[in-house]
Design a protein around this ligand. Structure first.
Ligand SMILES: [Zn+2]
Length: 305
């Protein structure tokens, strides 16, 4: 971490403003995105995921619920259409694979936390996940149990995955213990803590494309084509919405769906931004990185034997 990145100190730590580095500083690293619903990641992190993949990360989605409550038709229709949307989401951001855990939507709190942790640990070890992106389990104002239970399971799985005596049969079966090094937590509700600001302006088209894959639910997805159809019924047309439905969906997001990202960017002189709470390797505050302090101390005070 470079001291020059810090532009502000807050009660939740120094704030880092992060801009795109085209030198692929993360080549070969693995990003594990753990979301509960099809719209979570694209809304919170579509820009940052596009940036991290362009910087060299291989990315994977782990989806905890089956999204059965959100979408048109029956419960079975909703499960299917959301699954199709998440596959399209993965393609839109060059994400390599999607793992569906299939827990029932809005009922995450009925599942064994140990089972959820075990399944996440298996995947973190199998994929050799370096960096996780998910919900902040201690964020304020969160009302969705799928969000806080998923975040709670992820947080413990990240470090317990590195302990070989936890679920030792996995290790014995040839999947070595492997702890997650750093974490990006989402800012889902106003007032949730953040210490990381991403300039997403170079990746705005990718963020819009990722948000537009969510046809089944959420504030994005298919609203452009719906507005175009409504206006046509009233004998009107918005030229910005273009000629076809997919263009209308993406243009709708560009025109009306990025207000929050503009608001986040403004205090940092950015046109569009995303906020995250970032845990760097070794902890949030520089003083917590004990190994670095020991190295420095030995360098200054060590004497030849
Ligand atoms: Zn959600």
């Amino acid at each position: 971490m470079h001291d020059g990145w810090f532009v502000e100190d807050t009660t939740h730590g120094p704030v880092q403003v992060d801009t795109f580095d085209p030198s692929r500083p993360h080549e070969g690293k693995v990003l594990g995105i753990v979301q509960a619903h099809a719209d979570d990641m694209p809304l919170c992190s579509g820009g940052l995921v596009a940036k991290l993949v362009a910087e060299g990360y291989r990315a994977f989605i782990i989806q905890t619920t089956n999204d059965e409550k959100c979408g048109a038709g029956t419960i079975a229709d909703a499960i299917k259409s959301n699954e199709v949307d998440v596959e399209a989401l993965a393609r839109s951001l060059d994400i390599e694979d999607v793992f569906n855990l299939g827990y029932r939507n809005h009922r995450q709190d009925e599942n064994s936390i140990i089972e959820q942790r075990c399944r996440l640990i298996f995947l973190f070890r199998h994929l050799r996940v370096d960096t996780v992106m998910s919900f902040h389990p201690w964020a304020r104002w969160e009302e969705n149990p799928d969000h806080y239970i998923t975040g709670y399971a992820v947080e413990s799985a990240c470090w317990i995955a590195g302990a070989a005596k936890s679920f030792p049969e996995q290790v014995q079966a040839g999947i070595p213990a492997h702890g997650v090094k750093d974490k990006y937590y989402w800012v889902m509700r106003p007032g949730s803590p953040y210490n990381h600001v991403t300039d997403i302006s170079p990746f705005l088209d990718k963020k819009i494309e990722s948000m537009a894959t969510n046809k089944s639910q959420g504030p994005a997805g298919a609203h452009g084509r719906m507005l175009k159809a409504r206006l046509a019924g009233e004998g009107l047309r918005l030229p910005e919405l273009g000629e076809d439905d997919e263009t209308a969906d993406r243009q709708y997001i560009r025109l009306f769906g990025l207000e929050e990202n503009k608001r986040m960017g403004a205090p940092y002189g950015l046109e569009y931004a995303e906020y995250h709470y970032y845990f760097p390797p070794g902890g949030t505050f520089p003083s917590m990185r004990v190994a670095e302090r020991i190295d420095d101390y030995v360098k200054a005070h060590g004497v030849k034997v």
